[in-house]
Design a protein around this ligand. Structure first.
Ligand SMILES: *Cc1c(COP(=O)(O)O)cnc(C)c1O
Length: 387
C-alpha cells in the first residue's frame, strides 16, 4: 500500500493534506519521496527556524540523545538550566515553565493569570479577555480562549471565563475590562487570523488598563516569537514587556517544545504541585533550543531577519496582483486582488514552492536562515503564479 493510502487508513483525518510525502530536508529546501524539491517559505508553520537539518543544531541534538534523552522533572539537567537562563535573558523575563506545545504554553499562562488573581484577590476574578480572530490552540480551554466562532463547535461544554474584545477597539476593551477580569491575552500579530498586526495605540491601551487594574498581560508569541519579526519577541517592536509570554513553534528548531515565561510579577505564582509536564523541558529539545538561541538571540542575526523581511516586501511590492502585504519581518501576509490564496498555495506546490495560507491571505513564514538566493528563487515562482 502506498504511504498516502496507509496514512489515511490509520491516521485520523484532522487535516486537509496536500498529496505529497515529505522525505528529506536540507537548508531551505524540502524534498518528497519522488525526489522533487521544494523551496520552503513555510518552515513547518514557522517551526524549522534554522531550516532543515542545520548542522550545528543536528549535532547538538544527536549528541544530547546519546548522553541522556529524558529524565523526569523530579531531577535537574544542566541543559535545561542553560536553556532557561538564555531564554529568559533573551526575552527579558524572570522564569520559565517548559511544556511541549503552544497550546500547553497558553494553558500555563491562563493558570498563572487565574492563580495570581486568586492568591491576591480570592474568587470571582477569573475572566480572561482574548481578541476576536485570535488563535490560541486546540485544547478545550485554548479553543475557548480562541476568539473565532468556527472553533466553538462539537466539543461542548467549553471552559468558561473568556471574554472577547474586538482587536484595535479601545472602547470595547475599556468596557469589558471590569472587576471580573484577571488577564488579557493577545497576539501582537494575529497569525492564523490573517497576519494582522495590532495597532500601537491598542497595545498601549492594553498595558495602560492592565496596569491600572492589576490585570496580567499575556502575549501569545507562539508564532511571532524567537526572532520571527526581526526582534526576539514581536512585543519588542511595540515597546512593552508583558507579565507573561508564551512561545513554541520556532523555539527548538523543529522539536516539540512550548514555554511559558513570566516577569517578576508572576514568576513565583506556580508553586510545587500546581503544574507539571512529563516531557516538559526535555533535554534533547533544550539542546536544539540552545542552538536556535545562538542565532535568534543575536542582535546582528535579528537585524538580518528584518532586512530579509524588507527584501521580501520590496519584491512583493512589484507584483501587480498583490493588493497589500501585512505582518513584520519574516512573518508575511499577502492579500491578493483576484486570485484565491488556497489555489495559489496548491499551484505553488506543483511548481516547487511551499507557502501557507491564513484566512484569505497567502502567508509566508520562511526559515530565519533563508538566503537571498533562495528568496529570489521562491519569489520567481510566486511572481509567475500571480501573473
Ligand atoms: C500555533 C499557535 C498556537 C498553538 O500551538 P500548538 O503548538 O499547535 O499547540 C497557539 N497560539 C498561536 C499564536 C499559534 O500560532
Amino acid at each position: 500500500m502506498n504511504t498516502i493510502d496507509k496514512f489515511n487508513e490509520h491516521v485520523m483525518g484532522t487535516y486537509g493534506r496536500y498529496p505529497l510525502v515529505m522525505e528529506n530536508g536540507s537548508g531551505e529546501t524540502a524534498s518528497d519521496e519522488t525526489g522533487k524539491k521544494y523551496i520552503d517559505f513555510g518552515s513547518g508553520i514557522g517551526t524549522n527556524s534554522l531550516g532543515y537539518s542545520n548542522s550545528d543544531w543536528a549535532d547538538a541534538v544527536c549528541e544530547q540523545v546519546r548522553k541522556i534523552q529524558h529524565t523526569s522533572n523530579y531531577y535537574y539537567t544542566k541543559v535545561q538550566a542553560d536553556f532557561a537562563e538564555k531564554l529568559t535573558a533573551a526575552a527579558g523575563m524572570e522564569k520559565v515553565f517548559f511544556g511541549n506545545s503552544g497550546a500547553e504554553a497558553n494553558e500555563c499562562a491562563i493558570k498563572i493569570a487565574r492563580k495570581y488573581s486568586f492568591d491576591k484577590y480570592g474568587k470571582g476574578r477569573h475572566n480572561i479577555i482574548t481578541l476576536v480572530n485570535s488563535f490560541h490552540g486546540r485544547t478545550i480551554t485554548t479553543l475557548s480562549a480562541t476568539g473565532q466562532d468556527v472553533f466553538h463547535n462539537y466539543f461542548f461544554p467549553f471552559t468558561e471565563g473568556f471574554i472577547n474584545v474586538t482587536a484595535n477597539d479601545i472602547d470595547d476593551l475599556k468596557a469589558k475590562a471590569d472587576d471580573t477580569v484577571c488577564g488579557i491575552m493577545f497576539e501582537h500579530i494575529q497569525g492564523e487570523g490573517g497576519v494582522n498586526a495590532l495597532e500601537q495605540s491598542f497595545v498601549d491601551a492594553i498595558y495602560e488598563i492592565a496596569a491600572a487594574k492589576d490585570i496580567v498581560t499575556i502575549a501569545d508569541e507562539v508564532q511571532t516569537g524567537i526572532g520571527r519579526t526581526g526582534k526576539f519577541l514581536a512585543g519588542d517592536n511595540f515597546g512593552h514587556k508583558p507579565d507573561v509570554v508564551t512561545l513554541a513553534k520556532g523555539i527548538a528548531g523543529g522539536l516539540p517544545m512550548g514555554a511559558c515565561l513570566s516577569g517578576k510579577k508572576c514568576a513565583d505564582v506556580l508553586t510545587s504541585g500546581t503544574h507539571g509536564s512529563t516531557f516538559g523541558g526535555n533535554p534533547v529539545c533544550c539542546a536544539g533550543g540552545l542552538k536556535v538561541l545562538d542565532k535568534a538571540a543575536d542582535p546582528a542575526f535579528l537585524e538580518e531577519v528584518a532586512k530579509k523581511g524588507e527584501y521580501f516586501r520590496t519584491k512583493l511590492g512589484e507584483i501587480p496582483e498583490i493588493a497589500g502585504v501585512s505582518g513584520m519581518g519574516l512573518m508575511i501576509g499577502i492579500s491578493l486582488k483576484t486570485k484565491d490564496a488556497k489555489d495559489i498555495a496548491k499551484k505553488a506546490l506543483d511548481n516547487g514552492l511551499l507557502v501557507l495560507t491564513a484566512k484569505e491571505k497567502v502567508r509566508l513564514l520562511p526559515p530565519l536562515t533563508i538566503t537571498y538566493e533562495e528568496i529570489d528563487k521562491g519569489m520567481e515562482i510566486l511572481a509567475e503564479l500571480l501573473k
